[in-house]
Ligand binder design. Structure first.
Ligand code: ME8
Length: 518
């Protein structure tokens, strides 16, 4: 059985992780955890993009060699994800020897098949974006659209990739959804790019950038950092499996990773759509990778803004997740990271831009985590305690919640909107299978709301007063089972909270989301 293969972009090492990187990585983490728990397992790959001009310049600024610089900083990134409980299966560095060997095999194969050719040319290059830009893309003042930099004029001999030979095929694969792109607006953008005659053959090597993977057939050249970067999605699996690729063909290589390859989901920011939706499939096709072995889906996130602009290391307007996490760690029992995860996934529908302020986070914390999650748990568990019923004693079977109608056949369900039934879990799963975490969270909120509505409708305090124990027990069993199911569905999104909730259900006297002091 193939596991769900999910990737984040590999991040440039010209700074430390900020909220934008945390966002993409958290989405991947939630989906990996979901698939491990509810489906056939996951392989979750993340890492760092270590070559190229931008990283070389950052190293120089710090008076160290690029290798020393990347060794130190990649550890910072890896440790940040570890500290945040990000459940990646492998952390790929593009300075990894297996990665380098794969890239050299790739460029050699492209040369042998005449998919690349040498050419002299002059163009504009933005180091911040590690990308060639055209005059028409520049902002006012001749600046790069995403960075406060004037592009450099580059005059070099490079090798060019014959993208023009593959554009029609990639277009067909996107139009017939062999490669899915979400949201729709980004799919349309990719289609536009593929129809645009200006998007043509492009340079895949650099002559004057020494910090890169050497081109095996031309000692003057290194690989363009983006070609190098994209192949992390393949080399990451090979490195994890510790496969020596030196005597293998690409077909044999793919055969060794077929329990994971192809990628089910690439999570990327909207700034790197062209590389993933146009260049990446074109390279794979040029290498002879069959259609069914191409990436299945590209999920394109919007930007976190700060002061109305993209939060960016190059611009320097970043918010780091740790500041927010520490604040909430001070209030809760170490749930700061979970709270931030919840808020960013609940607040930003994937694809939209957004900003997160401390006020916004506090608002959502109070209205949902305190008032819905915390409140429902303490209400149900408080009643169970008062009525002398323990979770254990009620013979609760996982997933065996009864429909409230079976509890009281006379009850008029029309009088109250009862949404929490066995379908809620299915609804949650269908959102998650479609990577709609925002909607999945909404479903969980509806489940909590329904428990509250049922309590108001059945008035357990009256049943207790009237000595209607049988009905009271049946209801309490349902509510406790509902809480158990909430723990299951919240686990991929807020794993530490789920653990605390389990302890609560086991009878420990703890408080998950305390109210903030005014
Ligand atoms: O582009 N809001 O790396 P990178 C949301 N190395 N997401 C953001 C963000 C923001 N303000 N800023 C960054 C690169 N990101 C290449 C990728 S992949 C083969 C190579 C996220 O460090 C977003 O997903 O500049 C973006 O695509 C990613 O960080 C990588 O940014």
């Amino acid at each position: 059985m193939k596991s769900f293969f999910v990737t984040t972009p590999i991040y440039y090492l010209n700074g430390e992780p900020h909220l934008g990187h945390y966002y993409a990585t958290t989405i991947a983490d939630v989906l990996a955890r979901y698939n491990r728990k509810f489906a056939d397992g996951a392989f979750f790959l993340t890492g760092t993009d270590e070559h190229g001009q931008k990283v070389a310049e950052a190293a120089k600024k710090n008076n160290v060699t690029p290798q020393e610089y990347t060794d130190t900083l990649s550890k910072v990134w890896e440790n940040t994800w570890k500290d945040l409980g990000i459940s990646y299966d492998y952390f790929i560095r593009t300075t990894n020897p297996t990665h380098k060997a794969l890239c050299q095999l790739v460029i050699q194969k492209l040369r042998d098949s005449d998919d690349i050719y040498p050419q002299k040319y002059e163009a504009l290059y933005c180091v911040g974006a590690e990308s060639f830009v055209t005059q028409s893309e520049l902002r006012e003042g001749g600046l790069c659209p995403d960075h406060d930099e004037k592009p450099q004029i580059v005059l070099e001999k490079n090798y060019f990739f014959r993208l023009s030979n593959y554009k029609a095929k990639v277009l067909e694969l996107i139009e017939n959804n062999t490669i899915q792109i979400s949201p729709e607006s980004r799919r349309n953008e990719a289609i536009e790019l593929l129809k645009n005659p200006e998007v043509g053959d492009f340079s895949v090597t650099r002559e004057k950038v020494s910090w890169g993977i050497p081109v095996p057939f031309d000692t003057e050249q290194t690989l363009y950092v983006w070609i190098d970067a994209l192949f992390n999605y393949m080399s990451g699996i090979l490195a994890k499996k510790d496969i020596d690729i030196n005597s293998l063909s690409l077909d044999e290589i793919l055969d060794t990773i077929k329990d994971i390859w192809p990628p089910d989901l690439h999570i990327i920011g909207k700034d790197i759509l062209k590389f993933h939706a146009v260049y990446w499939p074109a390279f794979l096709l040029a290498l002879g990778v069959p259609e069914e072995n191409l990436p299945k889906k590209i999920l394109v996130t919007g930007f976190f803004l700060s002061d109305g602009r993209k939060m960016s290391k190059s611009i320097g307007n970043v918010i780091v997740p740790q500041d927010i996490i520490e604040y909430f760690n001070g209030i809760t029992d170490g749930l700061g990271n979970d709270i931030l995860r919840y808020v960013i996934l609940r607040e930003m529908r994937i694809g939209n831009d957004g900003d997160i302020t401390k006020e916004k986070i506090i608002g959502i914390y109070e209205s949902e985590l305190v008032n819905k999650f915390g409140n429902t748990f303490s209400r149900v568990l408080g009643m169970a305690k008062k009525y002398g019923m323990k979770f254990r004693d009620l013979d609760i079977h996982h997933g065996g919640r009864h429909n409230p109608l079976q509890v009281d056949e006379d009850a008029s369900v029309n009088e109250v909107e009862i949404n929490f039934d066995l379908d809620s879990i299915k609804r949650y799963q269908s959102w998650m299978i479609n990577y709609q975490i925002y909607e999945a969270i909404h479903t969980i909120n509806r489940m909590l709301l329904s428990i509250g509505q049922e309590i108001e409708f059945y008035k357990p305090w009256e049943l207790y007063k009237n000595g209607n124990t049988e009905k009271l027990e049946a209801l309490m069993r349902n509510w406790l089972e509902s809480l158990h199911q909430i723990v299951d569905v919240i686990d991929p999104i807020m794993p530490s909270t789920a653990k605390l909730m389990e302890r609560l259900l086991a009878g420990e006297n703890i408080h998950i989301f305390p109210r903030l002091e005014k």
